[in-house]
Design a protein around this ligand. Structure first.
Ligand SMILES: Nc1ncnc2c1ncn2[C@@H]1O[C@H](COP(=O)(O)OP(=O)(O)OP(=O)(O)O)[C@@H](O)[C@H]1O
Length: 211
């Protein structure tokens, strides 16, 4: 069996003196999709931000490829893609400029590839329109285009279905499945009724879960 990419051991997080989760342990294996689920305010975004290294207010251990994540920070960051629950794009820039900026911090990617990714998310013809002039769903699609050029093995995706139409939802579901089939691992929070074959679940807001 493959080694886990990411492991959480007895994670605990409290916010405003309210315990969001405790004794939360799970392993994220290559080739899997895991859905983080639970009612509003139960800590899904908080958990994803902790896993992504954006929130240090937790107790417990996180392991990356079997070793303490904090000692493997560079490898962890290089191999992890996080998309937050806001599209995280710059409204004054065009979709093409946004993608260029997002990839500049990662690796060189030519405009042909970026344009192909934008076309793949249904944005052909909008590549050079300032994002502030795009709809909410189109702005989300700019962020999602990043997935089409991602080579990071671990994806942490927070509410990526928000504002996306039915066809788009189907395309994202297929993409997540394909990523897992290629050996990647996907952790996704969503209120959308995501049902993928073999999908794991981490449920917040009740008893602590293990998977
Ligand atoms: N910026 C903040 N400062 C202080 N507390 C916060 C902040 N953001 C969230 N919280 C608290 O943390 C709790 C968990 O929030 P979080 O966004 O992780 O929940 P969620 O499960 O993702 O919710 P939703 O389904 O509504 O997106 C909230 O109930 C809120 O009380």
């Amino acid at each position: 069996m493959s080694e886990p990419l990411l492991q959480a051991v007895n994670l605990e997080c409290e916010r405003d003196e309210r315990l969001l989760f405790h004794n939360l342990s799970f392993s994220i294996l290559p080739g899997t999709v895991t859905r983080v689920e639970g009612p509003n305010g139960t800590g899904k975004t908080t958990l994803l931000r902790i896993l992504a290294g954006l929130n240090d207010a937790y107790a417990g251990d996180l392991l990356w490829c079997g070793q303490a994540r904090n000692r493997q920070r560079e490898s962890f960051l290089r191999n992890t893609l996080y998309l937050g629950h806001r599209p995280g794009i710059k409204p004054l820039l065009t979709p093409l400029e946004n993608l260029r900026a997002l990839m500049a911090a990662r690796r060189p990617v030519g405009d042909d590839t970026l344009l192909q990714a934008l076309a793949g998310t249904g944005l052909a013809g909008f590549e050079n329109v300032p994002c502030r002039n795009l709809s909410a769903g189109q702005q989300r699609r700019v962020a999602l285009a990043r997935l089409l050029i991602a080579d990071e093995p671990l994806w942490l995706l927070d509410e990526v279905f928000t504002a996306i139409d039915a066809d788009g939802v189907g395309a994202i579901e297929a993409l997540l499945q394909q990523r897992a089939q290629e050996g990647g691992a996907v952790l996704v929070t969503t209120h959308h009724d995501l049902q993928l074959p073999g999908m794991n679940r981490i449920t917040l807001g009740g008893a602590a879960n293990e998977c």
